[in-house]
Design a protein around this ligand. Structure first.
Ligand SMILES: Cc1ncc(COP(=O)(O)O)c(C=O)c1O
Length: 399
């Protein structure tokens, strides 16, 4: 009796592992959770205070569907200040998280049978969102050897007459890798040649290390800006995942269409969250640099630990809070109970034998890998590294 489109949607594999880890935690088992893509810092105090003021000052009613003008102005200023991008308030929409931004963008531009190019490894929701919009996802394998970045040649090959859009995630969930300006320009040239939309998910934009210079795709040139929908939000940079504020900027007609969709589905995000987000964007940014230096410390430590394990290779990523090691050298090996044939087996092996929860690469369209989120304490990372090093020595060739 259910709609056909439901059969095309997979349950997020990140959720499955998290659910199993939670079940074990509820049983009192000491599981170290490296599976969730959520900052472990509290929301900055100035933002929390702003929310309290928002309630006291009665910012508690319906707002414009696209978000308050004050917030959209603050977002426009952010784009100008940080990304060298000029947007009018009616070229901006505030969404219930960046997730809804990507969804509404796809829903607004995809016709049945349109193709949407998605580099793999990808964020788990993209293919399902494309399917829900009645489009067809087309995957390009972003090679580990190329830092999980697609090349313009690969993109050119994937383009057909049905190509409607490319989804870029920069920096990437799950790999943490990011594109340089030159690499983006080369990709942009292919997009312009074939004239399709680019949805660029820049939610991890601020979480970059070693002075990496992140460039917003839309800022490359005025022609590319006309075809680009930039999605961003405060969930990751400001540790505001529960506040559900994302935003998108792009061509007026696309934003108007997204507004229409939003008006008949969720309406605007919480008025209080919107009010507080103005403070996040225009107030003190000092907590961000503190978070960045802590993430960098964890990335460096965990990376070194992983690289010291025989059989593991790992790209050292420029951003986000994930490492995406290649664990395929363990395939075909077993301990006294379990045989590891793929990344799901490896994740289950880690969970049951070492009580470490991480996400199998197959969920991100990349068999042979494992996503480890280091948005957790240094104490947990140190303990998990110890457990991991120990447990993989139990995996031996079958005979
Ligand atoms: C790449 C990417 N885009 C979007 C989102 C969703 O962000 P939000 O919580 O703002 O909806 C996430 C969250 O995991 C993400 O990793």
């Amino acid at each position: 009796m259910l709609a056909e489109r439901i059969s095309k949607i997979k349950v997020s594999p990140t959720m499955e592992v998290a659910t199993e880890a939670k079940r074990m935690l509820a049983e009192g088992i000491n599981v170290l959770d490296f599976s969730v893509g959520e900052p472990d810092f509290p929301t900055p105090l100035n933002v929390k205070d702003a929310a309290k003021t928002g309630i006291d000052d009665n910012h508690t009613k319906y707002t414009a569907i696209a978000g308050t003008v004050e917030l959209r102005k603050a977002i426009a200023e952010k784009f100008k200040r940080e990304n060298n991008l000029e947007y009018d308030v009616n070229e901006i929409i505030v969404t219930n998280g960046a997730k809804q931004g990507v969804f509404n963008a796809l829903f607004a531009i995809i016709n049945k049978g349109d193709e949407v190019i998605i580099p793999a490894p990808y964020w788990v929701s993209y293919p399902d969102m494309v399917s829900m919009s009645e489009g067809n996802p087309v995957f390009i394998k972003a090679d580990e050897k190329n830092g999980f970045r697609i090349t313009p040649e690969q993109l050119e090959k994937a383009v057909t007459s049905k190509t409607k859009a490319l989804i870029l995630c920069n920096p990437s969930n799950p790999t943490g890798s990011a594109y340089s300006k030159k690499e983006l320009e080369d990709i942009a040239a292919v997009c312009l040649k074939h004239n399709f939309y680019i949805i660029t998910d820049e939610i991890y934009e601020k979480l970059v290390y070693d002075n990496f210079k992140i460039v917003s795709f839309a800022s490359l040139n005025p022609e590319i800006k006309k075809r680009t929908i930039v999605v961003n939000g405060v969930s990751k940079s400001y540790s505001m995942t529960g506040w559900r504020i994302g935003y998108a900027a792009g061509p007026k007609d696309v934003i108007a269409a997204m507004n229409k969709i939003q008006s008949h589905s969720t309406s605007h995000p919480s008025s209080i969250s919107q009010f507080a987000t103005i403070e996040a964007l225009v107030g003190s940014q000092s907590t961000i640099s503190e978070m960045i230096s802590e993430y960098k410390r964890r990335r460096d430590f965990l990376y070194d630990q992983l690289m010291s394990i025989d059989g593991i290779t790992c790209y050292k990523p420029e951003g986000a809070f994930f490492l995406f090691p290649n664990i395929s050298a363990f395939f075909g090996k077993k301990n006294n109970k379990l045989k590891v044939n793929n990344s799901v087996d490896f994740a289950m092996f880690l969970l049951t034998e070492a009580k470490i929860a991480a996400v199998p690469g197959s969920g991100f369209g990349a068999e042979g890998f494992l996503r480890i989120s280091y948005a957790t304490s240094m104490e947990n990372i140190t303990e998990a590294s110890k457990r991991l090093k120990e447990i993989v020595t139990h995996l031996k060739p079958e005979n």
